[in-house]
Design a protein around this ligand. Structure first.
Ligand code: 1CP
Length: 346
């Protein structure tokens, strides 16, 4: 099977010769090719320029026999386009010039012409698709409503996102309205990426695991379902990633997404039992890549064997990490992981 055919078959939950593999943040800071581009261009410039975005997205494909590419961009392009003023300080997380902490703040968000301001993202997908010419699968993506809400209220990264989570009790109506606004924006953005050539989209709910079941169900799920209902009209799969979402499996079952990307603490067997019929992706620990090559190979084979033993068979599974590759990850271990998948046969 060629790479794209394998990726599309797995997305369609059809039989494959082996599960396809791609890695979250595969084009990131651990690659010298990425760092070289960043030495000359600002982060937003890379996102805004389809040629640069594609150049960075291709770096990992040149090094490793991955089955799919992910468009190079960021989830925070949406709050940035709404007017939040997002910058990335050197070596640190994002910083928002304007946070969303009141009804007035929400009113300041500029939704007029939003998709025109975000057109660079589907344009990057189009450029990537044209360059790859069908050689690899292509993923588009967006931030999930709760995670975008969390960054926008907090004004940057955080361990506990206390301002955002406090708003769920101090002003739940405002929190819901903001998440619905994000839901509509990401739905349109994802549809534009799918029309531009993406084979599937992934919604990153990186901070969703901070919520307990009741809050996830009450706040995150309605906005996710609102977005997913629109995106799925394109007839292509929507995959949801939640970091630390193992306590949410029972809630995730009822979310209208086609697939779920598991973090490293959630096993395929547990997920298959809790989420019958859903496409599954994941779930190797990104920190494993800092250990010995032998361990990387052994754990990768263990996940492949687990996938192969799943009730209903190994169809509909995509090997990946349980979160993004970390900066300074040794490339030799990334190569070892991908090599084990490529060589594996049932
Ligand atoms: O292969 C790839 O790197 C794909 C492109 C990609 C994706 C899918 C980037 C590039 N960012 C993302 C998604 C993203 N961005 C997520 C969801 C996935 C995840 O949890 O890792 C999140 C939470 C962000 C927000 C963000 N953008 C952060 C994290 C901040 C925090 O709170 O810890 C950071 C550091 C960025 C900037 C960014 N985005 C991407 C890169 C390579 C970078 C680093 C920028 C640089 O300094 O060069």
């Amino acid at each position: 099977m060629d790479k794209r055919a394998r990726f599309l078959a797995a997305l369609a939950r059809q039989p494959v010769d082996r599960p396809p593999v791609w890695l979250m943040r595969q084009a990131g800071r651990y690659l010298p090719g990425y760092r070289a581009v960043r030495a000359e261009h600002g982060f937003w410039d890379v996102c805004h320029t389809p040629e640069l975005s594609t150049r960075v997205a291709l770096e990992p494909l040149k090094k490793f026999p991955l089955d799919a590419a992910i468009v190079f961009s960021d989830i925070l392009i949406v709050p940035e386009a709404l007017g939040a003023g997002v910058t990335f300080e050197k070596g640190e997380g994002p910083v928002f010039e304007r946070t969303m902490r009141s009804r007035d703040d929400l009113k300041q968000w500029n939704t007029t012409g939003l998709m025109e301001r975000l057109a660079f993202m589907p344009n990057a997908v189009r450029h990537l698709a044209k360059t790859l010419a069908g050689s690899h699968g292509i993923l588009g993506f967006a931030g999930a409503p709760f995670t975008l809400f969390a960054y926008s209220v907090e004004g940057g990264g955080s361990d506990d996102f206390r301002h955002a989570r406090a708003m769920l009790t101090t002003d739940p109506g405002l929190a819901r309205d903001a998440m619905n606004l994000f839901a509509d924006a990401i739905a349109e953005l994802c549809l534009a990426q799918l029309a531009a050539g993406a084979d599937a989209v992934q919604l990153f709910d990186t901070w969703g695991g901070l919520l307990d079941k009741a809050d996830y169900r009450a706040f995150a799920v309605p906005a996710l379902n609102r977005a997913a209902a629109t995106i799925r009209k394109a007839g292509k799969p929507v995959i949801l990633f939640i970091k630390g979402g193992m306590h949410l499996l029972e809630v995730i079952k009822d979310i209208e997404v086609d697939g779920v990307s598991l973090d490293w603490r959630t096993s395929y067997s547990e997920a298959r039992a809790a989420l019958p019929g859903k496409l599954l992706q994941g779930q190797l620990d990104p920190v494993l890549l800092f250990g010995s090559e032998a361990a990387v190979r052994e754990r990768t084979r263990a996940v492949l064997d687990e996938i192969n033993r799943l009730p209903g068979g190994p169809g509909g599974c995509i090997v990946n990490l349980g979160h993004g590759i970390l900066p300074q990850t040794p490339e030799t271990n990334v190569a070892a992981l991908v090599d084990e998948v490529v060589r594996w046969r049932a």
